[in-house]
Design a protein. Structure first.
Lengths: 327, 249, 306
């Protein structure tokens, strides 16, 4: 195992350890935090695929986080209120089964990411950043003003959804579920990145002209990465809604997009375990610093600037050195 | 005579009032190296871009392997077998030499959306990639980061990447660029051996290389081809001497 | 809808557009000359509003506050430029986005630390209060007309600056070729600081002018920032004329959309549903507009060729 793999295992192990500590010490609060870290890490893994490996600076990934959240919220709400989603042409009722909800979340994200990516990827540079932001803002304002699902107040669904065979309402079980999904998406990401597709994506980022001259269309490669990235982030959103049993338009806000970017940057772009490290660090800062100093985000801002200026590789860069040229 | 692999017919391109290409016609035949020479500003780069599909000509057409490719873009033409090398090395600097070549091999195989196996263990692309690196003498440098290569090594990598495309024709834009006479001399036998694989349209400034490699030469001046012929014919051509060779380079 | 009401909404749209222009002008200048995406621009807008409110409260004069807002924002801008921004010019967009996002955090939470979360109040100065009769039989608040006036004055001033002065020449040259003007002996560092401070000052001015109409509170900068980006993207980055045209377009679209869309839907829907659907689409309208523009012209209406 190389250094990077060792560091990745250690970081994931630490997260597991944090949850374990919460379980053993009977502190559900710690388990909630650990689950939150895992969920944010999943969102980060999603964004990292597009942004880190693909070089696509999307400032609209909150759109997918929110789509996942609302998928969970809406389906659960309809079930809890015994109201079907639709009665014509066929009756579609809600569900509280997590696997079904995750499938819906992921497909809803794919459904939105396809046109969003197809349109946005026609542009580049700052225009791409702005158009992805615009799409997310559209969804944000839609969620804010559409009265059916709570609008600004959000949507509560009181009970966590179910996972067949498990008591998902139990904090330790839910944490393990989130951790398992995190490992799952990391494995998926590793597979993609190490494959031919991953090589093409790298080239799309480093030298799209070379990619084109090799007979591969950069647009198609980037779009595929964008869509998969969206699907992973949506899964995180669905889990987040279940964590809080609540979903609100703030999951779609531009500051949420910024936050997910922060996880990725803090951890180190284009590093498999980067988002895990970044999310854990963020949660740690929020709880430990934020607990003592109400205006801790000032310090977060300073840390971010320092990372950008002096430690571009983030935590993974500091711990595991530069990325290998030969993968 | 068999149809030429690449046929450029009456290409014209205007940038405002400036005519970068004026009714340019030339062809590239199987097994040959056809050199394109001309003074700076003659329009060689513009012509290459139009052949590669980067620029759309205002008039004329390009035929490749017997079919018109005017409505096919760069990606499409590369897939058809047009392999281009760039005057300024066009490489992924942060990747290794081998991974650059593997990408070209993957492109040639036409199957990029493969998620298994891991690329580094995928012999379907590592095999051909290493073979191309061997042919240009870079196989010992396979795992080196491109940013750490010397200029000459990068120029050779450019050629390896073109080779990995299993091309039907090479479009080489000043492969000797930035290499002194020593470097150019080491590259010449390599280029000569490539003509057996696929014909080469060679844009070059280094006249020693051109005269030793070319089967035919076309001379581009002010966007127009003023002469096409064998090395001896071109050398003896008074117009060419006046507008290009005579002034020295 | 009556003609007078429509006219009033058009004026509101123009006023809103002018406010957007004041912020976008600085943003597009900074991006055009330095190639820098500056998310912290909204924070400078907020800083101007806070400075104005604080000074106006202390001195009793809105105009003292106005001067303070421009100065404070410009100084804050210059400081931020020297400390952080100038290290970002050669970096890629991601680094610029993250670093300036970090600045937003610092500015927002820092302001909350200093001033608290409750909004500050800024009153319309007595000399600009009240309404003015306009042709067509409507009366319109004088203050809002003043905003439109200031916007026009700034547009004219910027036009003169960019096209008729030495500084403007350097700015235009810098937009075209940064390395060249450095080679020609122009002090790039100083030029960039000046441009950044100029953009910041404009943002601060906008903040002060908006203060009396909207509350002065932490977080007021970000919605405006996003709209400003929408404006410069629609207008084409680097083009001040484009920013003016786009700002007015966005201002009018947003204002008229919010008023007219619910009414349009009410013609065939019941009022509460019409209101909901109408306002929903109205709030998404500007983003739809931007997406449409980018699809047709990927570098904006007056931007450089792609």
């Amino acid at each position: 195992m190389n250094r990077e793999q060792i560091v990745s295992f250690v970081i994931s192990g630490l997260l597991f350890g944090a949850g374990l500590a919460g379980f053993v010490l009977d502190q559900p609060f710690i388990l909630t935090l650990a689950a939150k870290a895992a969920i944010f890490a999943i969102a980060g893994v999603g964004l990292n695929l597009a942004l880190g490996y693909g070089g696509l600076v999307s400032f609209g990934h909150a759109a997918f986080f929110g789509i996942g959240g609302y998928a969970a919220g809406i389906l659960a709400w309809h079930t809890r209120n015994f109201e079907p989603l639709a009665t014509w042409p066929i009756e579609i009722s809600g569900t509280t089964s997590m696997p079904v909800i995750w499938l819906v979340a992921v497909f809803a994200a794919m459904f939105f990411a396809l046109p969003m990516g197809a349109l946005s990827l026609r542009t580049g540079g700052v225009y791409f950043i702005m158009i992805t932001l615009a799409f997310a803002q559209m969804l944000y304002y839609f969620a804010l003003t559409w009265p059916a699902y709570g609008g600004e107040d959000g949507l509560s669904f009181y009970l966590r959804n179910d996972f067949p065979g498990l008591t998902a309402s139990d904090p330790w079980t839910f944490f393990l579920l989130c951790l398992a999904m995190l490992i799952g998406v990391m494995a998926l990401c590793a597979l993609l990145v190490r494959s031919r597709f991953g090589l093409a994506l790298e080239m799309a980022r480093q030298n799209p002209q070379r990619l084109a001259s090799s007979g591969i269309r950069p647009f198609t490669v980037r779009l595929a990465a964008f869509i998969v990235s969206a699907m992973i982030t949506a899964l995180a959103g669905a889990l987040y809604a279940d964590l809080n049993r609540f979903v609100s338009p703030s999951m779609l806000s531009w500051s949420m997009s910024g936050e997910i970017m922060v996880f990725v940057i803090l951890g180190g772009v284009a590093r498999l375990a980067g988002p895990v490290a970044g999310a854990c660090l963020f949660i740690l800062l929020e709880e430990v610093l934020g607990g003592r100093f109400e205006f801790w985000q000032v310090l977060l801002g300073v840390v971010l600037i320092l990372v950008v200026l002096f430690a571009r590789g983030g935590l993974m860069g500091l711990a595991a050195g530069r990325r290998s040229a030969h993968g | 005579m068999a149809e030429p692999v690449l046929a450029v017919d009456g290409i014209s391109k205007y940038f405002g009032a400036v005519a970068a290409s004026r009714n340019v016609s030339l062809d590239l035949r199987q097994g040959e190296i056809h050199a394109l020479i001309g003074p700076n500003g003659a329009g060689k780069s513009t012509l290459v871009k139009q052949i590669a599909g980067e620029l759309r000509p205002d008039a004329g057409s390009v035929r490749f392997c017997g079919r018109p490719v005017d409505n096919i873009d760069t990606v499409g033409r590369a897939r058809l077998g047009m392999a281009r090398t760039f005057q300024v090395s066009c490489l992924a600097m942060e990747l290794s030499v081998l991974r650059n070549a593997m990408l070209a091999a993957a492109g040639a195989a036409g199957q990029v959306f493969r998620f298994l196996p891991a690329a580094n263990s995928d012999t379907a692309i590592t095999g051909p990639a290493l073979e191309c690196l061997r042919q240009v003498g870079l196989d010992q440098r396979a795992r080196t980061r491109v940013a750490d290569l010397s200029h000459g090594e990068r120029r050779r990598l450019e050629i390896a990447l073109a080779l990995a495309m299993r091309p039907k024709a090479f479009l080489m834009d000043e492969p000797m660029a930035g290499m002194g006479p020593e470097g150019a001399r080491t590259l010449t036998p390599l280029l000569s051996s490539l003509r057996a694989k696929a014909p080469i349209l060679l844009v070059e400034h280094d006249m020693d290389a051109v005269f030793s490699l070319a089967d035919r030469i076309s001379v581009l001046v002010n966007g127009e081809i003023i002469a096409t012929g064998s090395v001896d014919e071109i050398r003896a051509n008074p117009e060419v001497q006046k507008s290009y060779l005579g002034d020295g380079e | 809808m009556s003609a007078t009401l429509f006219f009033e909404q058009v004026l509101n749209g123009l006023q809103f557009g002018m406010t957007l222009f004041l912020i976008s002008a600085g943003l597009t200048l900074i991006f055009g000359v330095m190639g820098l995406i500056n998310l912290a621009h909204g924070s400078l807008f907020m800083a101007g509003a806070f400075a104005c409110a604080a000074v106006a409260k202390a001195t009793g004069s809105f105009f003292a506050g106005l001067a303070a807002s421009i100065a404070a924002a410009a100084v804050a801008g210059a400081l931020v430029e020297r400390l952080v921004i100038r290290r970002l010019y050669d970096r890629d967009h991601l680094d610029q986005v993250i670093a300036t996002f970090a600045l937003i955090l610092i500015f927002s939470e820092g302001t909350r630390w200093l001033f608290g979360s409750f909004p500050l109040y800024l009153d319309v100065p007595p000399v600009l209060s009240g309404s003015v009769p306009l042709p067509g039989g409507i009366t319109y608040p004088l203050y809002r007309l003043a905003i439109i006036g200031v916007g026009l004055a700034v547009a004219a001033g910027l036009f003169l600056l960019v096209n008729r002065t030495r500084l403007g020449m350097r700015i235009r040259a810098g937009e075209t070729d940064r390395e060249m003007i450095a080679a020609l002996g122009v002090d790039i560092g100083k030029l960039y600081t000046i441009v950044f401070a100029l953009g910041a000052g404009l943002a601060g001015l906008a903040g002060a002018m908006i203060g009396p109409i909207q509350s002065v509170q932490v977080g007021m900068g970000e919605p405006v920032l996003i709209l400003a980006f929408v404006v410069i993207v629609i207008g084409g980055i680097g083009s001040i004329g484009g920013a003016l045209a786009a700002a007015l377009l966005v201002g009018l679209t947003d204002t008229l959309g919010r008023v007219m869309l619910p009414q349009a839907f009410a013609t065939f829907m019941e009022p509460s549903a019409a209101n909901a659907v109408g306002s929903s689409i109205a709030s998404m309208l500007i983003y739809i507009l931007m997406a449409l523009v980018l699809v047709v012209k990927p570098t904006g209406l007056f931007g450089a060729k792609a």
